[in-house]
Ligand binder design. Structure first.
Ligand code: SAM
Ligand code: DTB
Ligand code: SF4
Length: 318
């Protein structure tokens, strides 16, 4: 058993992030083994249930209406419940145990049919015996409670980066808005999935601050996705170079040490990693990956290659 600390200081986090890699990996693997079943990985599939035309201006995001002219991404309306459940069944048949549905909304619509449809999707996915997760933007307490009643397992809402760097990335909603959403999720009894992105031009201190804030939530998030920026042409970050995979390994390892019980998910950007870099991330404490050929709008790794990687590493799906 490992003590769970919610009093992390930025300097301590930086020290972990910048430690000699072997020391960092050794420590992270020790924490991982003490708190999770050995040699296992969870497969989570993603589906964009409502794509594009989002009023927010997140500079990394292909779904923002602000960059639609340049990205050329077509706006779609909310998918039908049956079509979503069909995709969930396919994901289950392919081996996924968690199904995450994403909508390009600033916030959940206050009333109307769209939220009713999402509730049906959550109920349907739960009835399939899968963990249902949604990411729908900001929400209020009433909406969180309704999702909880429908059986929702997790709500994803990322902090994305540090509070200091945040305003360079998003101007249409505040960091505090995000924390308020997470609090409603926590109060509803739905588990929290919250993480962020590296590779947007942030400093090491920004990365440390984001992990510090996530780990100091009490209780800590049950799940933390670590994304590497996928630069999408037409977004303000379309020209950025990809992060060094070892930086992703360091983020995963540090998150694992700070949040021993949390599921750390190796998320967007995995398709740029070779098999060995992915395995280093798993060794560093990642125990969940997004599985299926598409993330929300961008490509993900090939499913057969993923299965082979898991098999070659002697791991099993859990
Ligand atoms: N609209 C909702 C929201 O922002 O909360 C949900 C969907 S949004 C696409 C979910 C997360 O995907 C973002 O918070 C961000 O961390 C991640 N994301 C979006 N575009 C990305 C990109 N190009 N590269 C890496 N991660 C990205
Ligand atoms: C998360 O942190 N990463 C996922 C999930 N939560 C919803 C989304 C990644 C999106 C990558 C860009 C795209 O495919 O549009
Ligand atoms: Fe909208 Fe979410 Fe994309 Fe931001 S990350 S533009 S809120 S879909």
């Amino acid at each position: 058993m490992t003590d769970i600390r919610t009093d992390w200081k930025t300097d301590e986090v930086l020290e972990l992030l910048e430690a000699p890699l072997m020391d960092l990996l050794y420590k992270a693997q020790g924490v991982h083994r003490a708190n999770h079943e050995d040699n296992t990985v969870q497969l989570a599939s993603l589906l964009s249930i409502k794509t594009g035309a989002c009023p927010e201006d997140c500079k990394y995001c292909p779904q923002s209406a602000h960059y639609a002219k340049k990205t050329g991404l077509k706006k779609e309306s909310l998918m039908d419940v049956d079509a979503v459940l069909e995709k969930a069944q396919m994901a289950k048949d392919a081996g996924a145990s968690r199904f995450c549905m994403g909508a390009a909304w600033k916030e959940i619509p206050k009333k109307g049919e769209d939220f009713d449809k999402v509730i049906k999707m959550v109920e349907g996915v739960t009835d399939l015996g899968m963990e249902a997760c949604v990411t729908l933007g900001m929400l209020n307490q009433e909406q969180a409670d309704r999702l909880a009643k429908a059986g929702l397992k997790a709500y994803n809402h990322n902090l994305d980066t540090s509070p200091e760097f945040y305003e360079k990335i998003i101007t249409t909603r505040t960091y505090q808005d995000r924390l308020d959403t997470l609090e409603c999720v926590r109060n509803s009894g739905v588990t929290i999935c919250s993480g962020g992105i590296i590779g947007m031009g942030e400093t090491m201190t920004d990365r440390a601050r984001m992990l510090e804030i996530l780990a100091n939530l009490d209780p800590q998030p049950e799940s933390v996705p670590i994304n590497a920026l996928v630069p999408v042409a037409g977004t303000p970050m379309g020209e950025r170079t990809r992060v060094d995979p070892l930086e992703l390994v360091r983020m995963v390892a540090t998150a694992r040490i700070m949040m021993p019980k949390t599921r750390v998910r190796l998320s967007a950007g995995r398709e740029m990693l070779n098999r060995e870099a992915q395995i280093l991330c798993l060794m560093a404490g990642a125990n969940s990956i997004f599985y299926g050929e598409k993330l929300l709008t961008t490509a993900n790794n090939d499913t057969l290659e993923d299965q082979k990687m898991i098999e070659d590493a002697g791991m099993k799906v859990a």
